[in-house]
Ligand binder design. Structure first.
Ligand code: SF4
Length: 216
């Protein structure tokens, strides 16, 4: 690894460590992985081979190869990014994620003072992060660590939502402009904003921070 790559990794590691400490203060469990391979292995170790794993819309989890690793190990995986499915089937899969043993997801942003910030179009992902599965594992690259809540919301509107709108080929204006114009119902994929200030009462949440760039 070159000097400039090492400096970036150290910068990200420091931010992950600070964020992990803040998350623990808020009742979450939090760990900083050494790198993406370490993160993937640690997450696999957190999930028993017979547990059902719900995976909502998350690029980070897929980038880590966890979907494939879980399926190869025999874990029942419930995900709704399936082609040629009818809307009713997709709704059913989203509902099943709410009753999985474990929900494995990314986050749109995490603040340095230990809050998770997420914005959804449908709301199934944020609903399952708060209540439903007994355990939630959140994995995030250090590129999603932000200073405060406002920067978290701004990050979604500036980066995550426009890229997701392009990926999903939605009617949202940002899919054509590349920037947010604060669009209306019927076009937006940003209708539901959820801030997890602290660990929810009935759900154990573990956040795995990775000192690399993952997802968007
Ligand atoms: S244009 Fe609409 S969908 Fe796109 S980021 Fe802004 S509010 Fe979200």
């Amino acid at each position: 690894m070159s000097d400039y790559q090492q400096a970036r990794r150290e910068f990200y590691r420091l931010r992950c460590e600070a964020t992990a400490a803040a998350l623990v203060d808020k009742g979450f469990e939090a760990i900083t992985a050494a790198d993406r391979e370490d993160a993937a292995q640690r997450i696999m170790d957190m999930i028993d081979p017979d547990e059902t794993v719900g995976i909502p819309g998350t690029v980070t989890v897929r980038e880590l190869g966890l979907m494939q690793s879980l399926q190869e190990r025999g874990n029942p995986v419930v995900q709704h990014w399936v082609t040629d499915a009818e809307p009713a089937e997709i709704r059913e899969l989203r509902l099943k994620q709410l009753t999985s043993d474990v929900l494995l997801t990314g986050t749109n942003a995490v603040t340095l003072d230990g809050r998770l910030v997420n914005i959804d179009g449908t709301g199934n992902r944020v609903a399952a992060m708060v209540f439903g599965p007994d355990r939630v594992i959140v994995v995030t690259g250090a590129n999603k660590i932000v200073d405060d809540l406002q920067e978290g919301v701004d990050r979604v509107k500036r980066i995550a939502a426009p890229i997701n709108a392009i990926r999903l080929d939605t009617r949202s204006p940002c899919a054509r402009t590349g920037y947010c114009v604060d669009c209306e119902a019927g076009e937006t994929i940003c209708g539901v904003t959820v801030v997890m200030d602290r660990k929810p009462g009935g759900t154990d949440v573990t956040v795995v921070l990775v000192p690399e760039e993952l997802g968007y």
